[in-house]
Design a protein. Structure first.
Length: 88
């Protein structure tokens, strides 16, 4: 359900987010928000902290060994690079 509150824009173009909404979204001083202009409206979207993203890709690496995959990719890139150098 949408929740609306009136705010005022300052002479510097600043607005104060109502404390009720800040608490609800756990937005603290210094946190970053993404400002999105869409459908003639401004949306403020909290940018997640890097620490909150830890483990979000866990399923991606299930039954995989990224370090081995990286070694294979590096060997392929090195081979391709060497082949290009030899053509010069």
């Amino acid at each position: 359900m949408a929740e609306a509150q009136m705010v005022t824009v300052s002479s510097k173009g600043q607005v104060t987010l109502p404390s009720k909404l800040r608490k609800k979204l756990k937005i603290a001083k210094g946190e970053r928000l993404l400002v999105v202009f869409e459908d003639n409206a401004i949306k403020l979207v909290p940018v997640p902290k890097l620490s909150e993203l830890a483990g979000v890709d866990k399923e991606l690496f299930t039954n995989r060994k990224p370090s081995e995959e990286l070694k294979v990719m590096r060997r392929e890139w090195t081979k391709e690079f060497d082949e290009r150098i030899q053509k010069l």
